[in-house]
Design a protein around this ligand. Structure first.
Ligand code: HEM
Length: 398
């Protein structure tokens, strides 16, 4: 029977070519240092598939208009069969994907895998990173709740400060002067149609480069050893075995998080009431906080620098060495960049929030400076909310 099916297929489809292609790919040799850290790339493919599948399922009930968006997400979360679970997998999956992206970037950075001839693999990676962040930005608005609405107001406002193009870009993004139903349908189309195609296209190009160039060795550029059965491992079965362990582990972690920390919905967007402590998603916090310390235009310039540096890094770091021990300057710079990002992210998280430390209330102002909580209580007594204070402080700054 099996033979019959195989013959039937071979007469109609180039099965031999498919088989020999799969065999060639499975038998690829990988450098001997290939480790668990090298599984994060394929984990990202797995997480991308999770986002696509759960995203399609959410689209069955989601309705992208200001009148229906919030209600449809509420329906998904409270009434649709397993809707809360699918939504949880999608929302948490996005966060976990960004964590996995950062780990993958760090691993390729530390191992000098962006060096010749893999500069374009890195550049495609940075584009992928930007695409995933844009997924996060556009997806955040879709539930149409207070936080998502006002975070989009602030986020799109920032683009308005870009010289010459800014105002036009802001109107293009919003579909008008204000964030409205027009913005929602634009973000929806970009989120469910444009970005998935861009992501899949970039991933395919990234993988083609990887498969043709092979994984980077740790030896310096120009002295790479030729891989053979004595100094390499095979993709199948050795590396694939690691991947088939890491996927279920991550999926189990995701399911556990979805069960323990259900995604909240909050209140429906209200054009006339600005909520307190508007914050973007955690991965935008470092940029969001940085922008507060500079006048708008300078702030945009300063926050663009890390992205540009990341993009052109393989063309700046021209040393042939790949092993981290031989690259003290690159590694130190990488650590400094990471510490700065973590610092501003942390300050961004603390800012405009009140926390209790050892029984004492501490309020952090918009710049993340700790103040006595009494100050906040006083302002509360006078009916001044954080967001209003922020507006006042920003006006004073201008
Ligand atoms: C959705 C996003 C991404 C996917 C699906 C993906 C996928 C992969 C896969 C499967 C590998 C091979 C295995 C491994 O090294 O883990 C890889 C390698 C690589 N990736 Fe990515 N990647 C993504 C994002 C990125 C980003 C953001 C960067 C950096 C900015 C990047 C840079 C690289 C480099 C330089 C290599 C070559 C590693 C080597 O030769 O050792 N990738 N990627």
């Amino acid at each position: 029977m099996k033979q019959k099916i195989s013959t039937w297929l071979s007469e109609r489809y180039p099965m031999d070519q498919v088989k020999s292609f799969a065999k060639k790919q499975a038998g690829k040799l990988l450098p001997p240092h290939t480790s668990w850290w090298h599984t994060f790339g394929s984990l990202l493919i797995f997480l991308t598939l999770n986002q696509i599948i759960t995203g399609i399922l959410l689209m069955v009930y989601y309705r992208p208009t200001p009148e229906t968006a919030f209600e449809s997400v509420k329906y998904i979360t409270t009434k649709a069969n397993f809707g809360w679970f699918i939504r949880g997998l999608h929302a948490w999956g996005a966060n976990i994907m960004i964590v996995a992206l950062i780990v993958h970037m760090l691993r390729t950075y530390v191992m000098g895998a962006y060096k010749k001839p893999r500069e374009l693999t890195w550049v495609l990676g940075v584009l992928l990173f930007g695409t995933v962040l844009t997924f996060g930005f556009t997806g955040y608005l879709l539930p149409w709740n207070q936080l998502s609405y006002w975070a989009t107001v602030v986020g799109t406002e920032i683009t308005g400060a870009i010289p010459f193009l800014g105002e036009g870009l802001k109107i293009l993004l919003r579909g008008g002067e204000a964030v409205s139903g027009e913005t929602l349908s634009r973000f929806y189309v970009v989120h469910v149609v444009v970005l998935p195609w861009v992501l899949v296209g970039l991933v395919v190009m990234h993988i083609i480069l990887l498969r043709t160039q092979g994984l980077s060795p740790l030896e310096p550029v120009g002295s790479e050893p030729k891989l053979d059965d004595n100094n390499a491992i095979r993709f199948y079965p050795e590396h694939l075995a690691k991947e088939s362990v890491i996927f279920p582990i991550f999926f189990a972690i995701m399911v556990a998080i979805v069960l323990m920390l259900p995604v909240e919905l909050g209140e429906k967007a209200d054009y006339f009431s600005t909520p307190e402590g508007i914050k973007p998603e955690w991965y935008f916090l470092p940029t969001y906080q940085l922008l507060k310390y500079f006048p708008k235009l300078l702030g945009i310039f300063v926050s663009f620098i890390p992205m540009i540096l990341l993009f052109i890094w393989p063309f700046i770091d021209r040393s042939p060495f790949r092993h981290p021990k031989q690259r003290p300057v690159s590694i130190t710079l990488g650590i400094i960049a990471l510490v700065i990002a973590l610092f501003f992210g942390m300050v961004g998280y603390l800012s405009e929030n009140t926390f209790t430390f050892f029984g004492k209330k501490v309020h952090f102002d918009i710049y993340g400076v700790p103040r006595n909580a009494i100050i906040q209580s006083d302002s509360e007594k006078h009916g001044i909310h954080d967001s209003e204070k922020t507006k006042e402080e920003n006006t004073e700054k201008k």
